[in-house]
Structure formats: C-alpha cells, structure tokens
Design a protein around this ligand. Structure first.
Ligand code: UGA
Length: 429
C-alpha cells in the first residue's frame, strides 16, 4: 500500500487515481477546478467512461479523496503523478506551461523523498526539465526522483486498459524510484520495461504514432480497394492473420480523431523536426487522415448529387464508441462541410449529444436513430456504436425519404444492404 497523489483529475488522472485506489493504495486526486472537485466529492464523474463511476464510488472516503489543495495532496504522498493537460500549440508542439507550473508547485510542497511521475504525454526531455524546475524552486535538501510512466489508456476502455496493461513502462533515473514503481504495479502482473527517462517518453510517442500509421495505412489501402473492386475488410482479415502484422487497428473508416492521435502526432513530428529529422512518414499519415474525412463529403455528393436542401442524418458523433468525447471527432468536420454545402443535418449519438450541442449549431438532435432516419435523404454512419448494428433496417428504410446509406465504419454487409433495397456505400469495398 502506498500513499499517492494525482495532480490533474481529467480522463487520465481520474482513471489512474481511481484504479490505484482499487488496488489498495491511499490516493488523493487534486485539480484546480473547484466545481469538478466538488462534484467528484459527491461521486459525480465529469465525463463518461465505462466502469469508472463504480470504482470511484467503491473507493471514495477511505482510500480515494479529492481536493483543490495541492500541498495537502503532495505532503503525505510518496508518489506524485502529474496528469495535467498538454494541449497543442498552433505550431503543433505540446504546450508544457501547465507541467512547468505543477513542477513549481510540487517544489514548494516538498517535505520528504518523493517519486514525481510524468504520466501525461510529453515531449522527450520534459522529465529533465521537471527535475531541474523542482531542484531550482524547492528547498536545498529536497530529495526526489523523476519517472516517466506513460499511460496507454484508450478512452472508453480506460479502466480495462489500466487493470490489464500489455506493458508497464518505467523510465527512471534511480534504482530506488524504479523499484517503488515496480512495487506499485506488481498486482497487475504485467511485463515491466525499465528504461531511462528519454526512452520511456519516446515509447509513448512512437506507439501512438505507429497506431495512427496503421489506421492511415489501411485507409490508403481502402482507397486502392475501391478502385480495384476489392474488399478492404477481407484484405485486413487476410493481413491480420500474419502475427507480425496483427488484425487490430486495421479498420478502415472516416479516419482517426480524438484528443490523442492528432495532437500526439503533431507533437512527435515537431519533436523530430527540432532534433533535426524530417519525419515525412508521419506527415503522410496525417495527410491521409485529413483526406479520409474529406472523402466522406465527396462520397455523399456522389450519392445524392446536390447537397443543398437535402436532409442528411448523422449516426454517431463521438470520435469513437463508448465515449462522450467529440474532440477532433471526424463528425465535426463532416457536419460542418455538409452544412457549407447547404445540407440540413439531423443527428443522434448515445452519449455525445451534450458535448456536440456546444460545438455544432444548426443541428437537429434526435432522441434515437429512427428519428434521424425519418424523412432523411441519406444516413451517414460516423461512429460504430453497437446499437447501430442492431437497427431494424426495414424500418429505417421505410422512414427515409431516399434509402441512401453511407457507412463510414463498414458496419454492414454491402450485399445484404442492397437486398434490403438500400443504395449503400462503405469504405474500401
Ligand atoms: C489512443 C491509444 O490507443 C492509447 O493507447 C493511448 O493511451 C491514448 O491514445 C492516449 O494517448 O491517451 P484513444 O485516443 O482513446 O487511445 O483511442 P483509440 O481507440 O486508439 O482510437 C483512436 C482513433 O483511431 C479513433 O478515432 C478510432 O475510431 C480510430 N481507429 C482506430 C480507426 O479508425 N481504425 C482502427 O482500426 C482503430
């Protein structure tokens, strides 16, 4: 059992804090947002993440508490996780102002040996800057080690990913710090890789960039499949049997979105540039992703002729299923483009309509997919929520003005859709 505090109670911080409490540790989650902390104290979770609420409720009080007082969080803690945001600047590089500010505040609260863990995704060398900042701003005798322990949590599966990690990466500058971190994660029984701090920082960037590359690769293959009369779903299946390739992250679609891939890719390209390397490959990954989103609008035009005055129903707004997150979601780009062409938009998402209402205006938000279908000239599937897979398609067809479906996630079988009387197009098939 360890005493831990987590600075930053966003997606990463809250999942990390709650799960570490679930493993038996005493955890204090800290955030400057008083309303958020107040709500968390009442057991109200600020975003949707499966299983998180149950874990928070189970551990609240005895093992898990919330505060806005950073000193009160840090002083009793042996391990301090830094989970504050690293948003993207206009140049593409990560904005590390919050990390520096937290390092200064940690320095002021230093009272005994601590392991300061960078969990947020940060550029290589950030650990070194954190160390210097604490040293310069803290008491002369402050004893601490900085550790890079990148998170590999997917939104929507974050609790599962935390509890069943493929690996734990610990970038540490001392054996003592590495051992404390190994003990902390010991209950998870995952492979542990101990490296220096710079290597751990790069493992995170290299992993996310590689996953984004896989998605863009299959999307590029999908474009060739469409021209060749091949089926990208089968191509991915055939490739996936090869253990060196693997089937995961080979789903062609409308492109990747979310708070991580677009931001982390831009940051990695920038890091490489600053180190004197032009990472052309990753620039191509990004370009393919942009064109994949644009392609949906082009395809809609191809299926509907003029978009002006047409009603288009959008199924799915979040950047992927099982989250209410719409940051960098392909739906935002697609809807804005369709609106520019003069289309009227109806939309439904099981979780993300609250967030969408803030980002997207002039959209008619519907209570279910059938209301979206009613009198629509076309339906576009942007997010592959399970409930879309079990729709009564005959009913959908009856409700629509024209039976046109553009399936941006290849949820349905083209032959079956044709049999049901739809004009149907997927991606790469
Ligand atoms: C991603 C990584 O998967 C996590 O390991 C990492 O910890 C996280 O970023 C982060 O850096 O915090 P996340 O952004 O939650 O997680 O979502 P993913 O499940 O990776 O999906 C990313 C995007 O790729 C989504 O828009 C998804 O629709 C798209 N995608 C994914 C595809 O289009 N096709 C695929 O085959 C897989």
């Amino acid at each position: 059992m360890k005493h831990i505090c987590v600075i930053g109670s966003g997606h990463v911080g809250l999942v990390t804090g709650a799960c570490l409490a679930e493993l038996g540790n005493i955890v204090i989650c800290m955030d400057d947002d008083a309303a958020r902390i107040d709500n968390l104290g009442k057991g109200i979770i600020p975003f949707y993440e499966p299983d998180l609420e149950a874990i928070v409720h189970r551990n609240m009080g005895e093992r898990l508490s919330f505060t806005t007082d950073i000193e009160m969080a840090i002083k009793p803690s042996e391990i301090v996780f830094v989970c504050v945001g690293t948003p993207q600047k206009a140049s593409g590089e990560a904005d590390l102002t919050s990390i520096e500010a937290v390092a200064q505040r940690i320095a002021k609260a230093m009272n005994n040996y601590k392991v300061i863990v960078e969990k947020s995704t940060v550029p290589v060398k950030t650990g070194e800057w954190v160390r210097r900042t604490i040293k310069l701003n803290g008491p002369d005798n402050s004893r601490f080690d900085v550790v890079s322990n990148p998170e590999f949590l997917r939104e929507g599966k974050a609790v599962y990913d935390f509890m069943h990690p493929d690996r734990i990466v610990i970038g540490a500058e001392s054996e003592k710090a590495a051992n404390i971190m190994k003990e902390l994660y010991q209950p998870l029984k995952a492979p542990v890789l101990v490296t220096n701090i710079e290597t751990a920082e790069l493992i995170k960037h290299a992993s996310n960039a590689f996953l984004a590359l896989k998605v863009s690769y299959i999307n590029a293959v999908a474009n060739v499949c469409e021209k060749a009369g091949a089926d990208v779903v089968k191509v991915a299946e055939g490739m996936g049997y090869d253990k060196r390739i693997g089937r995961q992250f080979l789903d062609a679609g409308v492109g990747y979105g979310g708070y991580c891939f677009p931001k982390d890719l831009a940051a990695f390209i920038k890091i490489a540039e600053e180190l004197g390397y032009d990472f052309e490959l990753l620039r191509a990954v990004r370009k393919i992703n942009d064109s994949q989103q644009a392609q949906i609008v082009t395809k809609a035009k191809g299926m509907l002729w003029n978009l002006s005055g047409k009603t288009i129903g959008i199924l799915g707004l979040s950047f992927k299923p099982n989250t209410d997150d719409i940051r960098e979601a392909p739906s935002i780009y697609v809807i804005r483009q369709l609106q520019q062409e003069g289309a009227k938009i109806k939309a439904y998402d099981p979780r993300a309509m609250g967030n969408a209402r803030v980002a997207l205006t002039d959209v008619e938000y519907c209570p279910d997919p059938y209301e979206v279908a009613r009198d629509s000239d076309a339906l576009i599937i942007i997010t592959e929520w399970d409930e879309f897979g079990t729709l009564d398609l005959a009913k959908v067809r009856r409700l629509m003005r024209q039976p046109v479906i553009l399936d941006g996630r290849n949820m349905f079988d083209p032959a079956e859709m044709e049999r049901l009387g739809f004009v149907y197009r997927g991606v790469g098939r």
